[in-house]
Design a protein around this ligand. Structure first.
Ligand code: PHE
Length: 444
């Protein structure tokens, strides 16, 4: 344990930083596109159920483990268990997940930077088809993607080197609420598009014939990805949290905000898809092909487009910082090398690995492993397997090892809540995750 460990300036600062980790490309880029690929409503329903019954309990477990142990994600399990055991496994897996996720996350962050640059140039003003052209030429250009990917990773690295307080708190307070306001403004605009009601049907009318075992796993995986769960990001952030904090309130607020942002982004994007006859299942390029189309039709579109991509870029950066922080907080607690050096080395290695994702849309698009490009492989391996399995072990550790003492501490006087949390983390959440993975990989 480390009594000198820095703590969050205030509760609000923590919530904003945790929200900064949770809210990112997962909500704005990934949620709409995986929903599109998986057919809409039924996928969204499974995703919402996962958030409530798996996401929130695992979120509570991670916050508690971080808050009580006050240390990095690998040591946290040792401190809580008072000995070294295999329960540390999710800590180790988390370091690997963090590394793989950041490698492709930074590439997509780079796409956002490219579209910010296009917004400055005014590429999207008045001509809806320009977005598609810009996206295609970006995907075909490895050098351009590499430069943006470098810039994104460099920024994340610089913020992490700056230290946790100065680096994050200042910006989070202003930019996260601004993003929410901008999204709500776009929602109002979408309401007047003729594709709005179709978007509502698409997102909220479940068509269960579209639900395959793969899309169920995708929904489980995405609920982990979007809440930053299963790899210790929240354990790491929780470790900077004061021991007095009410975790239940924090968790529900976080899950609600994260889900709200994803749903609003989804509604806006699918309203555009159905109004302009675009393809809902068009994959990772969806947000880039749709939103500029809307901006090009709006008065003040030039500024809206610019503001939007800057804010999304910032949201992505705060998430990337939390992913990098998982690795750095472990490495600095363990090694005597300076935080600066460790961060620079980790970022450099992650950047190089990210090149495999850069090349997945161009020169290496034919190289497939399990029928997936490197980009898709890293995404699916982490979201659909490593994070849920990490979450499963964290849930079991919390439910069986820490047990009633932890759930009583979290839930206070409410017996129902404490028993509910105890049995969800002991049986329900782990069993559900196992079932879904088993069903897809081995089958019934
Ligand atoms: N939750 C982040 C997002 O939605 C991504 C993330 C995943 C961050 C895992 C930390 C850990 O964009």
């Amino acid at each position: 344990m480390n009594p000198q460990r820095a703590q969050w300036g205030s509760r609000l600062a923590f919530i904003l930083a945790a929200a900064g980790s949770a809210i990112g490309l997962g909500n704005l880029w990934k949620f709409p596109y995986v929903t599109g690929i998986n057919g809409g409503g039924a996928f969204v329903l499974v995703y919402l159920i996962c958030i409530l019954f798996v996401g929130v309990p695992v979120l509570l477990a991670e916050l508690y483990i971080g808050q009580q142990s006050q240390t990095n994600t690998v040591n946290a399990f040792e401190v809580m268990h008072k000995k070294r055991t295999l329960w540390q496994l999710p800590g180790w897996m988390g370091i690997i997940s963090a590394f793989l996720i950041l490698s492709f996350y930074s590439v997509v962050g780079g796409w956002i930077l490219d579209f910010t640059y296009h917004s400055v140039l005014g590429t999207f003003s008045g001509a809806p088809e320009n977005a598609k052209t810009a996206l295609n030429s970006l995907f075909q250009d490895p050098l351009r993607q590499t430069l943006w990917h470098f810039l994104f990773m460099f920024s994340a690295c610089a913020i992490v080197i700056g230290g946790i307080k100065e680096g994050l708190e200042k910006w989070n307070k202003i930019l996260m609420p601004t993003l929410l306001i901008l999204l709500l403004a776009l929602l109002v605009k979408s309401f007047f598009l003729n594709g709005f009601s179709q978007a509502i049907d698409f997102l909220f009318e479940p068509n269960f014939s579209m639900l395959t075992s793969e899309s169920i796993l995708e929904a489980v995986g995405h609920s982990f990805f979007t809440l930053s769960l299963g790899m210790g990001a929240i354990i790491t952030y929780g470790s900077y949290l004061s021991k007095k904090e009410d975790l239940v309130k924090v968790s529900f607020a976080l899950a609600l905000l994260d889900t709200l942002i994803a749903l609003v982004a989804g509604l806006v994007i699918f309203s555009i898809v159905f109004s302009f006859d675009l393809e809902p299942a068009s994959g990772p390029g969806l947000i880039f092909a749709t939103l500029p189309t809307l901006f090009s039709q709006m008065p003040g579109g030039y500024f809206l487009s610019l503001a939007f991509f800057i804010l999304v870029g910032f949201a992505a950066l705060t998430s990337a910082v939390s992913i990098l922080e998982v690795q750095i907080s472990y490495l600095t607690d363990k090694h005597k090398i300076s935080r600066k050096k460790l961060t620079a080395i980790t970022a450099a290695i992650t950047f190089l690995t990210g090149l495999l994702s850069v090349f997945s849309t161009n020169i290496m698009s034919d190289i497939k492993i399990f029928d997936l490009t490197f980009f898709d492989l890293f995404d699916k391996l982490t979201s659909n397997y490593l994070l849920p399995i990490g979450g499963l072990i964290i849930s079991l550790f919390f439910g069986w090892v820490l047990g009633p003492k932890a759930t009583k501490h979290i839930c206070g006087k409410s017996r129902l809540a404490h028993l509910g949390l105890l049995w969800i983390t002991r049986i329900i959440a782990p069993f559900a995750i196992l079932l879904v993975i088993y069903n897809l990989t081995i089958g019934f």
